[in-house]
Design a protein. Structure first.
Length: 438
C-alpha cells in the first residue's frame, strides 16, 4: 500500500468477510448497473500529511470531472486505520462506495471476495488499454493468472531518508547503502537523546514491508509456491530478528518507537530527533512540519551488501495505491469514466506531483517533474530492485498475524527482554498457526 499506517484487522474477521462474499452475499452477487447515472461515491485513501490536505488536492480534480461529465462525485477520505475494515464491511453488506482506493498489497485478498470489478481486456480498453501502465504496477493489482481487481493509481517504493546536519555533526561523510553501514552510522548518532534510525513498531503494515524485504535479502519467501504460509524458515526468522535487533541489540532505534503507529517517526525525523527513516513518499510531510528540502537527503533503501538490484538485492516492496470499482455499483459507466479520468496522463501528473509518488502511467512518468532526487530513487527502485508482496488470498491475514508478531517482539525489546532466535521463531510459529491455510 502507499502509506504505512496499518489497518489492523484480525485474520478471523477477514476470513469471515471473504467467506460471506464468496457465498453470494454483499457486492459479489451484484453485476453493476446504471440506475444512478448522475452520482458516484469515492473512498480515497489518506495520502497526504492530513485528510484536510487530501481534500484540498482531490476536490479541484473531482470538480473538473463533474464539469466534464455532469456526474457528481461525493468524496470521502478514509484514514488508513479504518480503510480495510470499511472495505470489508462493504463487501459483506453490499453497502459501499462506487469507487475506492486499495493498497496494492490487499489486491489479491479483496479480489478473492468477488466484490470488485475485474479489469479484463474489455474494461482496460475503456480506459485506454493495459499497455499504458507500468507492468510491475499491474502485476500488483491481483493474483497471477487472473484479471486485475483494480487499476494502478499511485506508485511508490521505500527509500532511506537522512538528516544532513545530523550526519555532518556525527562526522559521517556519506549516507549508508548497506545494513551494516546503517548500524555503524546509527551507533555514532545514537546518544544525547538522538537516535540513528526511526521505526513504527506498532504499525503492522510497516512491519510487514520491512521484514518482507529482509526475508528476500536472506533468500526466503513468506509463502510456498502453492500459497501456503511459510513463516518459520531460517531466512524468515533471520529477517525478523535482524529488524527487531536494530532496537534490541544494536540500539539505534529508540525504545519508544515500539509504540509508534501514526507517522511519529516522520515527526521525530523532522524535529532532528532521529537521523534516518525508511519510508515511501515523505517530502510533503517533512515540508508540512517545517523541514526544508535541503535539510534532508534520500538514497535507495539498504541491502545486505553490494548494491540494490544485483542478485537477491531486493530493497523494497512494490508499493502503491490502486483504484477499484465495486462490482455492484449503480453507476458502472460513470465509475469507469472516473477511473479513466483519474488515470489520464494529465491527472496522473497532477496527483502524483501533489503526493510525491510516481505515476504508474508510462506517459505521465516521463514528465521531468518525476526526476527529482526523491522520485528518481523511487523510479529506479521500482525498475530494478522492488518486488511485489505475495499476491495470495491470505495476504491481509499475513499482514495482521506476522505484523502483530513483530509488534510484540518490538515491545519485548523496548522492555529490555531478550529477543533471541528461539523467541522469534516461537512468535512466527504462533502467527502461522493462526492462518486459515496453515
Amino acid at each position: 500500500m502507499s502509506r504505512i499506517r496499518a489497518a489492523a484487522v484480525g485474520a478471523a474477521t477477514l476470513s469471515l468477510a471473504l467467506a460471506a462474499t464468496a457465498c453470494g452475499g454483499g457486492s459479489s452477487s451484484g453485476g453493476g448497473s446504471n440506475d444512478s447515472p448522475k452520482t458516484l461515491t469515492y473512498w480515497a485513501s489518506n495520502q497526504g500529511p492530513s485528510i484536510a490536505v487530501d481534500k484540498k488536492v482531490l476536490q479541484p480534480e473531482i470538480d473538473k470531472f463533474e464539469q466534464q461529465t455532469g456526474i457528481k462525485v461525493k468524496l470521502e477520505v478514509v484514514p488508513w486505520s479504518d480503510l480495510l475494515n470499511r472495505i470489508l464491511t462493504a463487501t459483506t453488506s453490499g453497502q459501499g462506495p462506487d469507487i475506492l482506493n486499495i493498497g496494492n498489497s490487499w489486491s489479491a485478498s479483496l479480489q478473492a471476495s468477488g466484490a470488485l470489478l475485474p479489469w479484463d481486456q474489455k474494461n482496460f480498453d475503456k480506459i485506454g488499454g493495459k499497455d499504458r501502465f507500468v507492468a510491475s504496477a499491474v502485476e500488483s493489482a491481483g493474483a497471477q493468472g487472473k484479471d486485475p481487481a483494480a487499476v494502478p493509481l499511485y506508485s511508490l517504493s521505500y527509500a532511506l531518508f537522512y538528516n544532513k546536519k545530523m550526519f555532518k555533526d556525527a562526522g559521517i561523510a556519506k549516507p549508508p547503502t548497506t545494513w551494516d553501514e546503517i548500524v555503524a552510522d546509527g551507533k555514532k548518532i545514537s546518544k544525547d537523546g538522538k537516535w540513528g534510525l526511526a521505526a513504527e513498531g506498532s504499525n503492522l503494515s510497516n512491519n510487514i514491508h520491512q521484514i518482507f524485504v529482509l526475508a528476500k535479502q536472506h533468500g526466503a519467501d513468506w509463502f510456498t509456491a502453492d500459497g501456503k504460509p511459510d513463516f518459520t524458515s531460517d531466512g524468515a526468522v533471520a529477517a525478523v530478528k535482524q529488524y527487531v535487533d536494530l532496537m534490541a541489540k544494536d540500539k539505534i532505534i529508540a525504545p519508544g518507537n515500539a509504540e509508534y503507529a501514526q507517522n511519529q517517526s516522520l515527526s521525530d525525523f523532522s524535529k532532528g530527533k532521529t537521523a534516518m527513516v525508511l519510508w515511501q513518499a515523505a517530502a510533503s510531510t517533512f515540508a508540512s512540519q517545517g523541514m526544508k528540502d535541503d535539510e534532508w537527503g534520500v538514497v535507495p533503501a539498504p541491502v545486505q551488501s553490494g548494491a540494490p538490484g544485483a542478485g537477491r538485492s531486493i530493497n523494497s516492496m512494490v508499493a502503491g495505491i490502486n483504484i477499484a470499482v465495486f462490482k455492484n455499483t449503480k453507476n458502472l459507466d460513470g465509475a469507469t469514466k472516473f477511473v479513466k479520468f483519474m488515470t489520464s496522463d494529465e491527472e496522473q501528473k497532477v496527483l502524483n506531483k501533489a503526493y510525491g509518488s510516481v505515476p504508474p502511467v508510462k506517459a505521465a512518468q516521463a514528465d521531468p517533474a518525476f526526476s527529482t532526487p526523491s522520485t528518481g530513487v523511487v523510479k529506479d527502485t521500482l525498475a530494478k530492485s522492488a518486488a511485489p508482496l505475495p499476491q495470495v488470498a491470505d495476504e491481509s491475514q499475513f499482514e495482521t498475524a506476522v505484523g502483530t508478531a513483530v509488534k510484540e517482539l518490538f515491545a519485548d525489546a523496548a522492555a529490555g527482554k531478550p529477543v533471541t532466535t528461539e523467541s522469534v521463531k516461537a512468535a512466527l510459529t504462533k502467527a502461522q498457526q493462526s492462518m486459515p491455510n496453515k
